[in-house]
Design a protein around this ligand. Structure first.
Ligand SMILES: [Mn+2]
Length: 463
């Protein structure tokens, strides 16, 4: 964890920005997979980690701005718990490490909130994303789960985002540690993928790299020969074949839960085919065009447009598109090949603060998302500012169902050469992803270099 002063300062700024009322923070709890004692992997809520650091189940906290009080609620371990889990630091000890002197048993949380309601204090809470939290909020505040989404505090959300969106030097150090191990995960996969291995085997190799450091995954591994399926979490056990491509999208989170998120597409056999190499080089040019554009003040929607234009150019060269590439990008025709956004904020969450709603994190106040297919999937659109950490992850995909649908609907016939496209139905999909940090005057990649060009990937692959 960081120093006590870091957490005290974070809460001081938060109190100042919200200004009045009472802030309620619900930590995460252990949840049974198939019975209570056989729980899912425990992951503390990221906002709770940001302000209180305590990485334990069953905690809540209150910052009572009006009364100038900070309290952590939770039950100290009983002898039965200690027999089961061993001795742990007490809640009191953990709280003191972040500069909080008051701790209370969990039963007192409801009492405190009832008194606040009686005094007509504003109780601010954040959007719940777990069923347990919805039940808990209903018990604590009397708000039905179906009414909680409209009762969340936008002021609280905006204040937290206004802090967590700007990474400090000590946070960058943590993220970089996670990215470096994530690069190791990818290089291990590049060396392990061979004809005859399976997706499942590669997953075990990737996981082992994170496990060596006792790091968890920042999201379930995507490891597939069907790269055109964007979020495929199923792993095959049939042997991989020469001529196929293997897409790995994975990252770890370090001990403090800061994330890394990378994607690499590699050949299964010794090298890419000529056709695959051509598309990989288009992707590489698109990636480099993004890197050339990112700096403070540039809107990420503009970087997305530049990348779509570059991909459309490449598709024109292949004879799969026609017309002006820049127009094809803006109109949405190029989204046939890149239907997702160019990137997202990253921090304690791999999609940072997505639980609050993407528009609060990645869009300017009052700006709504584009309704256009492809463009609507842009998670980060606003102007880049010093302190932002985000991914750059262009991809090129050939999605047969999307081709069929658009062709049947005669969509973008001025831009897309459907007659040529049918020969590419089985190409699959490729993506390359790296993590970036914007600072005053520029931007830099986080973590060590990961092979990007087809030749660099083949070199690592054939080591
Ligand atoms: Mn990503």
């Amino acid at each position: 964890m960081f120093s006590k002063e870091t957490y005290i300062e974070r809460r001081r700024v938060l109190k100042e920005r919200v200004g009045e009322g009472l802030l309620l923070f619900l930590g995460n709890t252990e949840t049974g997979m198939n019975y209570a004692d056989n729980a899912y992997h425990f992951r503390q809520d990221s906002t709770f980690l940001y302000y209180f650091a305590s990485d334990y189940s069953g905690l809540a906290a209150i910052i009572d701005i009006d009364e100038d009080k900070e309290i952590i609620f939770g039950n100290e371990l009983t002898i039965d718990d200690i027999v089961w889990t061993g001795v742990q630091p007490t809640i009191k000890e953990n709280s003191e490490r972040v500069g909080i002197g008051i701790t209370r048993p969990m039963s007192e949380l409801a009492i405190y909130l009832k008194a606040a309601q009686a005094k007509k204090q504003t109780i601010h809470f954040l959007p719940p994303y777990r069923g347990e939290h919805r039940v808990w909020l209903q018990e604590l505040l009397g708000i039905h789960p179906s009414e909680q989404d409209s009762a969340v505090s936008v002021k609280f959300i905006k204040a937290v985002v206004s802090q967590r969106n700007y990474k400090s030097a000590e946070e960058i150090e943590q993220i970089e540690e996670a990215v470096n191990v994530s690069v190791d995960m990818h290089c291990a996969a590049m060396r392990a993928v061979r004809p005859g291995t399976t997706e499942a085997e590669i997953v075990s190799v990737v996981q082992a790299e994170a496990a060596k450091h006792n790091f968890g995954l920042s999201f379930p591994i995507i490891a597939t020969i069907n790269g055109q399926t964007l979020h495929n979490h199923a792993y095959g056990t049939t042997p991989l074949k020469d001529g196929q491509m293997f897409l790995l999208d994975s990252g770890c989170e370090n001990a403090m839960h800061y994330a890394g998120d990378l994607t690499t597409t590699m050949p299964v056999g010794k090298s890419f085919t000529t056709q695959q190499r051509e598309v990989c080089n288009i992707l590489r040019r698109a990636h480099l065009s993004a890197l050339g554009a990112i700096k403070p003040g540039v809107e990420y929607r503009e970087v997305h447009r530049i990348v779509l234009t570059e991909i459309a150019k490449g598709m024109v060269d292949l004879g799969l598109m026609k017309g002006d590439p820049a127009e094809a990008a803006v109109a949405g025709a190029a989204c046939m090949f890149l239907p997702h956004g160019l990137g997202h904020m990253m921090g304690l969450d791999v999609h940072d603060m997505e639980n609050f709603g993407e528009v609060y994190v990645g869009y300017e106040e009052g700006r709504v998302k584009s309704p256009l297919f492809g463009w609507k999937s842009l998670r980060l659109a606003k102007a880049l500012e010093p302190g932002f950490v985000f991914t750059v992850e262009p991809g090129i995909y050939f999605i047969p169902d999307l081709m069929d649908k658009w062709q049947a609907e005669k969509q973008f016939t001025d831009f897309i050469c459907y007659d040529k496209l049918s020969a590419w139905r089985n190409f699959g999909g490729i993506r390359n992803e790296e993590d970036y940090y914007v600072f005053d005057g520029g931007a830099r990649r986080l973590g060590k270099y990961k092979p990007m060009s087809p030749e660099e990937i083949e070199e690592e692959h054939n080591k």
